[in-house]
Every structure is written in C-alpha cells, then in structure tokens.
Design a binder for this molecule. Structure first.
Ligand code: HEC
Length: 144
C-alpha cells in the first residue's frame, strides 16, 4: 500500500487518539496544587518528558513511522525505570509501573512488525495505564 492509500486509515484513528491526548492534557493539570515554591520538582520534569515521548508515539502511530514509535516507547520505558518515578513504594504502585511498561513494550513490538492496528489498540491500553497509576496515587494520598 502506498502512503496516500494509507492516509485515510491512519489519519482518522490518529485524530481520535489526538483528541484523547488533548483530553488527557487537560486532565493532567491536576497536580498544580502539588507544586512547591522552588519551582518544578524532578518528578514534574520527568512527567513532562513522558508527555513529549507520549506524543512521539502517537505521531508515529498516526503516520505509521515505526522509528518514531520506537524512539518514544524507549524514552517511556527508560523514564519508568528512573528513581524519581518511584514516589510510592506499595506493591500496587510497583504493579502499575510494571503493567505500564509491558503495555508500552507490546505497543512497540507490534509497531516494529508493522502491525499498526494492534499497536494502536496497545496504545489505548498504555494510555489507560497512565490514568490507573495517577488514580492510584490520588487514592493513596487521600487515604493518608
Ligand atoms: C506507575 C505510575 C505512573 C504511570 C504509569 C504514569 N505516571 Fe504520570 N505521574 C506519576 C507520578 C508519581 C506523578 C507525580 C504526581 C505528584 O507527585 O503530584 C505523575 C504526574 C504526571 C504529570 C504531571 C507533571 C507536572 O508537570 O505536574 C504528567 C503530565 C504525567 N504524569 C503524564 C503521564 C503520562 C502521559 C502517562 C502515560 C503515558 C503517565 N504519566 C503514566 C506516575 C505515573
């Protein structure tokens, strides 16, 4: 299939995903109150990088650019290993980290095999993991 035949199949799901992403962006203004006077905390910097990597993956999926997907997925995986990410130590938090990482891995693997339809589904799964982990953090803090 050439690129122009492809575009109808990629742009429409791409736009849907982009809309989802913008919704996430709005929702992610949530930790504003958690910021301290000294400016950005390391975790915030890391999460900003995560957002940039996320949009790389999204763009890669929308244009069927597997290198871009791989690049973004690699950053997401590396970031999730970083110390700064480990703000909670409970088993459930660790599990969220693991499930997020494995969703990103499946997504990248599908894209590298040019199975973009399943990579796009894995993307939705990975994105849901963002919410799952954030919701868990909020619930854990509220319970304190
Ligand atoms: C395993 C846990 C976990 C997962 C999965 C996760 N995050 Fe986060 N995220 C955090 C933590 C921890 C914070 C910091 C919350 C705080 O301390 O207020 C955070 C905060 C954020 C912030 C706010 C940063 C700021 O500048 O205030 C953004 C944006 C963000 N995450 C994006 C994402 C995106 C996009 C994904 C999915 C691709 C994702 N996160 C997945 C743990 C996670």
């Amino acid at each position: 299939m050439n690129r122009s035949q492809n575009i109808r199949h990629t742009v429409i799901p791409g736009l849907t995903l982009l809309a989802a992403c913008i919704a996430i962006g709005g929702w992610l203004t949530w930790p504003a109150g958690a910021q301290d006077q000294s400016g950005k905390r390391p975790i915030e910097h890391s999460m900003r990088q995560k957002l940039e990597a996320t949009s790389k993956v999204l763009e890669g999926l929308a244009t069927e650019d597997k290198d871009l997907v791989h690049e973004g997925a690699g950053v997401l995986t590396e970031l999730s290993k970083a110390e700064v990410w480990q703000v909670l130590v409970d088993p459930e938090y660790r599990e969220h980290t693991q499930t997020f990482r494995s969703a990103v891995k499946r997504l990248d693997e599908a894209a590298q095999k040019s199975e973009f339809a399943s990579a796009q589904l894995e993307w939705l799964d990975a994105t849901k993991r963002c919410f799952d982990c954030h919701n868990h953090i909020r619930a854990a803090r509220a319970a304190k």
